[in-house]
Design a protein around this ligand. Structure first.
Ligand code: CU
Length: 136
């Protein structure tokens, strides 16, 4: 069973009442402004599917830092790349491969506890970083 993370940044009481149909149930867990992931840090339980949505008008990526995820976790990146180098290469040589356009989503299910750091390739220099903390 995979659980969706629903707005971890709101209070527990509100989140608890959102159920299957509540006002606060979004269709994503992490939004993307022009230069930030929101929230920048999301904490979920193991087995949670996290959905990112590009809520801005700029193209972004969700690209894991392969040395900043748990050792036995699967690498993840928009575009389905299997390594950080492959994701960067594709972006640079294939023309923004792996991009998430405005309104598009990406999801990844976090099975292994630990801390996962990721970034957006085109806005790394603008410090567009995020992290997901996965608890047992
Ligand atoms: Cu970006």
């Amino acid at each position: 069973m995979h659980r969706r993370a629903y707005l971890a940044s709101v209070g527990g009481a509100i989140a608890a009442t959102s159920g299957c149909f509540g006002l606060f149930e979004g269709d994503y867990d992490v939004g993307m402004s022009p230069t930030d992931f929101e929230p920048q840090t999301l904490t979920v339980e193991a087995g949670t599917e996290v959905v990112w949505k590009n809520t801005s008008s700029r193209g972004h990526t969700v690209t894991a830092y392969e040395n900043a995820i748990p050792a036995d976790a699967a690498y993840f990146a928009t575009g389905g790349f299997e390594s950080q180098a492959a994701a960067r290469d594709a972006w640079n040589t294939l023309g923004e491969d792996g991009i998430i356009g405005p309104g598009q989503t990406f999801s990844y299910t976090f099975e292994i506890p630990g801390r996962y750091e990721y970034f957006c390739i085109p806005h790394e220099s603008e410090k567009m970083f995020g992290s997901v903390v996965v608890e047992e």
